[in-house]
Design a binder for this molecule. Sequence first.
Ligand SMILES: NC(=O)c1ccc[n+]([C@@H]2O[C@H](COP(=O)([O-])OP(=O)(O)OC[C@H]3O[C@@H](n4cnc5c(N)ncnc54)[C@H](OP(=O)(O)O)[C@@H]3O)[C@@H](O)[C@H]2O)c1
Length: 248
Amino acid sequence: MMLISRSQEKLDDVARSLEEQFKVETRTIAVDFGRMDIYSKIEEGLADLEIGVLVNNVGVSYPYPEYYLHIPDLENFITNTINVNMTSVCQMTRLVLPKMVERSKGVVLNISSASGMYPVPLLTVYSATKAFVDFFSRGLHEEYRRQGIIIQSVLPFFVVTKMTRIRKPTLDKPTPERYVAAELNTVGLQNQTNGYFPHAVMGWVTTRLVPSSIVIFLGARMNRLQRSGYLHRRKLREQRNGASLKTE
Ligand SMILES: NC(=O)c1ccc[n+]([C@@H]2O[C@H](COP(=O)([O-])OP(=O)(O)OC[C@H]3O[C@@H](n4cnc5c(N)ncnc54)[C@H](OP(=O)(O)O)[C@@H]3O)[C@@H](O)[C@H]2O)c1
């Protein structure tokens, strides 16, 4: 098992728990996928390994839903989001796919998002990068499936993770464990999947039943509400901090 992510400390923790729980040798590479000069380091790290399954999971979203021109530090946000969400998928596939093709065997799971199924206003850059991941995966699947390679586009709705800041799992917002267990059952059966039955129903409703103009309109409304809630909470926090500074 090779884990590639940003923080060495977190990587060490996960590696340790995988080794203890599953008795699998686990190595790590710490890199920032926001950068473009990391792929020779990754290539070196992978040189002596036979990679059977590549999971392109790394991804970043917005700190909160926001209008394009109001995104904080927009210039860096654009570069970082594109590098983490899109460049990583293309470059990791470039490094790993050749040996899979040689062996006529391999699986690549690309984690897109339900936000890539239609434009999601106020998360527009994220949504567009995830649409790219979906198109890239489906195109590549058709190119390589006859050579024994499965390339799957995975499009989850909400899952309880650090990214969503949702704490309480529900039927439509599963834990990562529950989502992944369901998703893995679809590998080899579906090359594009929402990965989890309740999400598949939501995917069907939002793409087949409801006109896309309404889905986009409702998405914008939901995100405008979330944005106002976030900005309101932030203002209250700032006022509280200002008040406590004055009393000190
Ligand atoms: N959660 C959802 O509801 C949901 C829905 C649809 C799609 N997705 C997709 O699922 C994937 C996983 O998301 P998640 O919810 O598990 O997100 P998450 O909890 O924020 O985890 C993202 C992971 O990516 C790493 N990472 C972020 N920026 C990085 C960078 N610049 N360089 C290296 N590593 C970096 C993070 O490392 P650190 O811990 O060091 O930050 C973390 O391990 C993403 O592609 C996301 O777009 C998630």
